[in-house]
Design a protein around this ligand. Structure first.
Ligand SMILES: Nc1ncnc2c1ncn2[C@@H]1O[C@H](COP(=O)(O)OP(=O)(O)OP(=O)(O)O)[C@@H](O)[C@H]1O
Ligand SMILES: CC(=O)C(=O)O
Ligand SMILES: [K+]
Ligand SMILES: [Mg+2]
Length: 589
């Protein structure tokens, strides 16, 4: 037995479309009735014809109500829908899902799958094939490579290993390349993994190029204007306060500094300088967001077909737009998503326009905390997460989530509280940096992120903590508004799962934006879309080839998922698609 309702909008260009276009958005009141199951729903006709649906979940007669524009200004047609075949489709490989997701779905049921996505920075501690596999098994959804470190050859090797992992083991781990950006930072310490600066020591910060070995207590600075810009008396802050120096003398390209806050200097650590208690920004604001090295790295990312490029120190929407057109010109076929890293004062000032222009954002708390007072970072995080959700862009919370786990096998209570807060804010993803790149316990750190996410998400559902986040209408076209209405309505219903059939991923992201209580099975035809969706909250992406015929798509999906014990008869599913902009509700046969 099946019941369905379908929502059609006429093909673009149809003459009768003008009737719809007078409405920028439609409400779908009937659908909210579905929240209480098994009741009858009235057919209501509102305005010119769109919000007019009915279904009857108790009835054994399977009826289908189609609301469509039939070329005469709309109408209702009723038709019997086909019985869903329970025959098992023999080709089980025609749906792609990784073994970890499949096991999780089978063992815990799909209600309790993890909704928050996990990003791991890959470094020396995790670049081996087995180590990468262990991270994928542990829940890594996205592997990040940071172009600040390592050679291009090394990055290429990591990308190839992740690809192989996906091909051989069925994972859909996406690859994110993070650009270096052109803020001021130290050089690479002549190969040393760290250097200790003691209280009162005099160190030389120099813009000179050193051939081989660095003289003792000397740090190379990447920004040519450094010696010119700093003044005696300025405070030089390394990595947002890990170490501090005071400028005591300038000698040509060398700047002598005395250590005032001792600590560990790490290769390529970020440098900021402060005068009279405020950040000196006149000059480094002139540095380009995308350096000449970044352009080469971006070319490399395009050639390698990475899924995401994260842009460091974004200052305005302009740079994102510029990069987008560059990538489109360079590789018209690619659908690389651009993630704006919010880690500077300028990016906070232009937050909304930057996020609007981007495909997602990262709360890069490491550098952000070096540019604004630390006590302002939590409210900035909350604001960025909120703006991203409203504009329907995935958001990653990054840096120092489990910093102590670089050295220790258990996190601090404060770190667990910080992770919980990011999950409670319902950010799309959490990111590990040094914990997974060079820490001693990468897998343990990932396990902590996973178990804290699961626990907080479950608590949230059980306590019915539905936050009242206003989700403004964002659709800019008639068709987008319809998709949005469909997704908003679908997400409100108390069903066991939402299925979404999506070619571009857009409808899946609209569902994710609503943060529904039930999981979202996202079916898409393209592997790259599947990987991209892996960054978004609550989506379980599958690759599946499907047609324009929703009945046959559902038939096929039910058979495939039932054969793998991923769903069972009787589960109540709501299915939406961007093929026909349809919405259907049914029990799994
Ligand atoms: N490819 C790599 N090779 C060697 N070490 C790495 C690599 N990637 C990361 N690391 C180490 O892990 C630490 C944290 O990594 P991560 O890339 O997250 O730095 P970050 O400072 O948070 O990011 P960003 O430089 O973008 O601000 C780095 O400081 C570095 O020591
Ligand atoms: C991740 C990053 O770039 C930062 O936190 O600064
Ligand atoms: K970076
Ligand atoms: Mg940064």
């Amino acid at each position: 037995m099946s019941q369905s309702l379908q929502f059609f909008t006429p093909a673009t260009g149809s003459p009768s479309l003008s009737a719809f276009q007078n409405h920028s958005s439609y409400s779908i009141p009937t659908l909210s009735c579905l929240r209480s199951r098994n009741c009858r729903f009235p057919v209501t006709l509102t305005g010119n014809m769109l919000s007019i649906w009915a279904l009857d979940l108790d009835s054994s007669s399977s009826s289908q109500v189609l609301v469509s524009d039939n070329g005469r200004g709309g109408g209702i047609t009723s038709s019997a829908s086909p019985e869903y075949s329970s025959a098992v489709v023999s080709d089980l490989s025609s749906i792609e899902v990784d073994s970890v997701t499949a096991t999780e779905l089978k063992e815990n049921g799909f209600r309790s799958t993890r909704r928050t996505k996990l990003v791991c920075t890959i470094g020396p501690a995790t670049c081996g094939f087995e180590q990468l596999e262990a991270l994928a098994v542990g829940g890594m959804n996205v592997a990040r490579i940071n172009m600040c470190h390592g050679t291009r050859q090394w990055h290429k090797m990591v990308i190839e290993r992740v690809r192989r992992l996906n091909e051989e083991k069925g994972f859909a781990v996406a690859i994110m390349m993070d650009t270096e950006g052109s803020e001021i930072h130290m050089g690479d310490l002549g190969g040393a993994s760290s250097a200790k600066a003691e209280d009162g020591e005099i160190w030389t910060f120099s813009v000179r190029a050193f051939d081989s070995t660095l003289p003792e207590r000397t740090i190379n600075v990447n920004y040519g204007g450094f010696a010119e810009d700093v003044k005696v008396g300025d405070e030089l802050v390394v990595d947002g306060g890990m170490v501090r120096f005071e400028v005591i003398e300038k000698i040509g390209p060398d700047v002598k500094c005395q250590c005032t806050d001792p600590g560990l200097l790490l290769p390529r650590a970020n440098l900021t300088f402060w005068r009279g208690g405020s950040l000196v920004r006149e000059r480094n604001a002139m540095l380009p967001t995308v350096s000449s090295k970044d352009w080469l790295d971006i070319d490399f990312g395009i050639a390698e077909g990475v899924d995401f490029i994260a842009i460091s120190f974004v200052k305005s929407a302009e740079v994102i737009n510029h990069l987008k057109s560059y990538i489109a010109a360079r590789s018209p076929e690619s659908d690389i998503a651009l993630i704006a890293k919010i880690e500077s004062i300028d990016s906070l000032k232009n937050l909304e326009e930057i996020i609007r222009a981007s495909d997602g954002a990262m709360v890069a708390r490491g550098d952000l905390g070096a540019q604004i007072p630390l006590e302002q970072v939590p409210s900035a995080q909350q604001k960025i997460v909120q703006v991203c959700r409203q504009l329907n862009k995935p958001v990653i919370v990054a840096s120092q989530l489990l910093e102590s786990m670089i050295e220790y096998p258990t996190p601090t209570r404060a770190e667990v509280a910080d992770v919980s807060e990011a999950v409670r804010q319902r950010s799309d993803a959490l990111m590990l940096s040094g914990e997974s790149a060079m820490g001693q316990f990468p897998e343990k750190a990932l396990t902590v992120l996973r178990s804290v996410s699961l626990r907080i998400e479950r608590w949230w559902r059980e306590e019915k903590h539905h936050e009242a986040m206003e989700l403004p209408a964002i659709g800019s076209s008639f068709s987008d508004s319809i998709s949005e209405e469909i997704c908003n309505s679908a997400a409100k219903m108390e069903v066991d799962a939402i299925f979404v059939y999506t070619k571009t991923g857009h409808m899946a992201s609209l569902l994710s934006r609503c943060r529904p209580d039930c999981p979202i099975f996202a079916f898409t035809t393209t592997p790259s879309v599947r990987r991209r969706l892996n960054l978004q909250w609550g989506l379980i992406p599958f690759r599946l080839s499907f047609s324009d015929d929703m009945d046959s798509n559902l038939n096929k999906t039910f058979s495939l998922l039932k054969a793998r014990n991923l769903i069972k008869s009787g589960d109540l599913v709501i299915a939406v698609s961007d093929l026909l902009q349809s919405i259907q509700v049914m029990n799994v046969p």
